[in-house]
Design a protein around this ligand. Structure first.
Ligand SMILES: NC(=O)c1ccc[n+]([C@@H]2O[C@H](COP(=O)([O-])OP(=O)(O)OC[C@H]3O[C@@H](n4cnc5c(N)ncnc54)[C@H](OP(=O)(O)O)[C@@H]3O)[C@@H](O)[C@H]2O)c1
Length: 264
């Protein structure tokens, strides 16, 4: 059985991957993963019977081991593994440790763990696509855990290219800048940074470009010219300039909220 696995499939960019790959040739099932069963079920209602929902929390060991057992039992060939589960950083000053760590646990560890359990089922011709972020290009003061989670996933993905060399598996890391999804919509009771959203793009565009780049086996997928430019600027500009740009041009982060940072 040939399958596609998409994590973070219920909305935003992940849902676009499902929409754009739903008629992929030679695919028997598309396994959609997220924590909210009802949202996954809604994907099945919208896209049809090929969609198979699995409620899995990528940050939860027991949930991941149960999913690993499903893989063992069904022994599919994973033609596409798309890791798109993610959460934004906590901007709130104070002590909400689980929520604070959720960023690293989901974006970094969770997606890496999903690779770990799925890679044995990727075969020659399979594609592994991890959704990191332009936030992985440099540290992001005041959005620090998010940037750290994303650089973990990007470096891990890059290292996989070497580890899986010779197996005929294409590996791509997608690095979007700002994308207009739920992730960027802050709830009324949340501390909200002022995000200027330069170069904001859409989920359908990010998914389309990433699928195209992944088919070609490109190492990194840059959804926009701005992000592509930023990648090279962060490599060649002095570190202090890069940090100043990240802090002041992309966002006015937590210091704009009551004059406080996350640690004050
Ligand atoms: N939006 C942007 O500006 C932007 C920019 C760069 C990169 N990205 C990255 O793109 C990816 C998709 O984000 P998006 O913008 O499409 O946001 P989104 O609409 O909020 O989608 C995130 C998805 O991840 C799932 N998820 C969250 N925590 C999970 C967990 N512990 N286990 C399993 N699934 C989990 C959510 O579903 P449940 O809540 O139902 O679990 C949701 O479907 C993320 O990795 C994000 O960091 C986004």
């Amino acid at each position: 059985m040939n399958i596609i696995i998409v994590t973070g499939a219920a909305g935003g960019i992940g849902k676009e991957f499902v929409r754009q790959l739903k008629n992929e040739k030679g695919i028997d099932e598309i396994w959609v993963i997220g924590r909210t069963e009802a949202k996954l079920q809604a994907l099945k209602d919208e896209f049809g019977d090929k969609i198979v929902p699995y409620a899995v929390d990528v940050t939860d060991d027991a949930s991941m081991m149960a999913f690993q057992d499903v893989l063992k039992e069904k022994n599919p060939t994973v033609k596409w593994l798309i890791n798109c589960a993610g959460t934004r950083a906590l901007y709130k000053p104070g002590a909400d440790l689980p929520r604070f760590l959720a960023t690293i646990r989901t974006n970094g560890v969770g997606n890496i763990a999903m690779c770990y359990i799925c890679i044995p089922y990727l075969k020659k011709g399979s594609i592994l696509l991890n959704v990191s972020s332009a936030a992985s290009f440099q540290p992001l003061p005041f959005n620090n855990t998010y940037a750290a989670s994303k650089v973990a996933l990007r470096f891990y993905t890059k290292g996989l290219e070497r580890e899986l060399k010779g197996k005929g598996i294409k590996i791509t890391c997608c690095c979007p800048g700002w994308v207009d999804t739920e992730l960027m919509k802050f709830k009324p009771d949340e501390v909200t940074p002022i995000i200027k959203l330069p170069g904001v793009t859409t989920g359908p565009h990010v998914a389309k470009k990433a699928i195209k780049d992944a088919r070609k086996g490109k190492s990194i997928s840059f959804p926009t010219l701005k992000v592509h430019r930023d990648y090279y600027l962060t490599k060649f500009l002095p570190g202090k300039v890069v940090l100043w740009y990240a802090e002041h041009i992309e966002c006015d982060n937590v210091p704009a909220v009551d004059g406080k940072g996350i640690y004050t």
